[in-house]
Design a protein around this ligand. Sequence first.
Ligand code: S3P
Length: 167
Amino acid sequence: MAPVCVLVGAMGAGKSTVGEALADALGVGFRDTDADVEATAGKPIPEIFFDDGEEHFRALEHAAVIAALESFDGVLALGGGAILAEKTRAALAGHTVVFLSVGLSEAVKRVGFGAGRPLLAVNPRATLRHLLEQRLPLYTEVATLTVPTDDRTPEDVVTEIRAHLRH
Ligand code: S3P
């Protein structure tokens, strides 16, 4: 079993919005590794970062990605930083992975003040700029398709992904 499509990309790329719309269009389920991590930890992501640290969060996140890749056949969205781990990138090999790319201005608009996203607690714009730059090569490395999302509707993005899935 494997997800029909794995979505990667930065915070604000639209992974949840596009993922839910894509899953609806395909008639399959939607799953988000952030929610899986929260369920395992029994608390929201900001509390995991605060109580246990980012390293612990990343370990839970890796385990959540591996479990979902092995047991889920719908549309799977990964947290924005999941691809930081080399072993997570390796596990994505052979899967259909769509990178939703987003520019800095659009990402800043979409995340607002970063509520619920501990990495953006201080200076969201500068942090996002840094994360987008640092992670771009990693998203590209794992992606079988890159779809820009700036100035596009979720429906438009879904249509492009569906065309890719048919190939
Ligand atoms: C993170 C992105 C978040 C969440 C956590 C860390 C990151 O997921 O996993 O706050 O490192 O980019 P979303 O991309 O779904 O917001």
